[in-house]
Design a protein around this ligand. Structure first.
Ligand SMILES: Cc1cc2nc3c(=O)[nH]c(=O)nc-3n(C[C@H](O)[C@H](O)[C@H](O)COP(=O)(O)O)c2cc1C
Length: 184
């Protein structure tokens, strides 16, 4: 597990080797074993390997953000893929409540997913652009909730692409060690 923390990278090139349902089930079980405030388990996860759905999400992203990506305004080049051709994407949804920690619970679950994927020798990419699109476009949010068979009352929180890396492990991006302190 400690190796997984330091070996995890955001992977932006995947081979088309599929991820089997047994592996996905294992990753989803890792997700739901994260801690939750008040043991509320406020989440719902959909693991999508259906290429038609992932292609449609890309097509919608290109249509909606043809003038630039959300937050950065970087161009969406014709070959840009939200999940870089990953064969599987896990979508995390939350049932919002008075509990201010429910999204944090989902984040912890998805961290479990990407660390477990690393330990299994798989690449991963936490993806927020997809969520931007769903949040900014309620019609698309409803469309994908239907396609992903998400129960009523859930909102999208974050997604993670999962797959076999296509190329060498990228170097780790450096971390700012001034962002912590030991007070003794
Ligand atoms: C909440 C969140 C959303 C992210 N969204 C995207 C995204 O939409 N597209 C992408 O390419 N990377 C995305 N990333 C990956 C970050 O760019 C990446 O984690 C960061 O640059 C550090 O690199 P590393 O993950 O390899 O350590 C996201 C990461 C987080 C935590």
């Amino acid at each position: 597990m400690l190796n997984a923390i330091f070996d995890r990278r955001s992977i932006r090139a995947y081979s088309d080797e599929p991820i089997d349902n047994e592996t996905l089930t294992y990753l989803l079980r890792c997700a739901i074993n994260a801690p939750t405030a008040h043991y509320q388990q406020p989440w719902y996860f959909a693991a999508v390997t259906n290429k038609a759905i992932l292609d449609e999400l890309d097509a919608d992203f290109h249509r909606v953000y043809k003038n630039g990506r959300p937050m950065s305004n970087k161009p969406v080049t014709p070959d840009y893929k939200l999940f870089f051709n990953a064969p599987a994407v896990i979508f995390a949804y939350v049932s919002p409540s008075e509990n201010p920690f429910s999204r944090l619970d989902c984040a912890m679950a998805m961290e479990n997913v990407v660390l477990a994927a690393t330990e299994l020798g798989l690449g991963s990419l936490v993806n927020g652009y997809s969520i931007f699109m769903l949040k900014e476009h309620p019609d698309l949010n409803e469309k994908y909730k239907k396609l992903l068979q998400v129960p009523e009352g859930y909102e999208p929180v974050i997604t993670a692409a999962i797959g076999k890396r296509k190329s060498a492990l990228p170097d780790a991006r450096p971390r700012d060690e001034s962002k912590f302190k030991i007070i003794d």
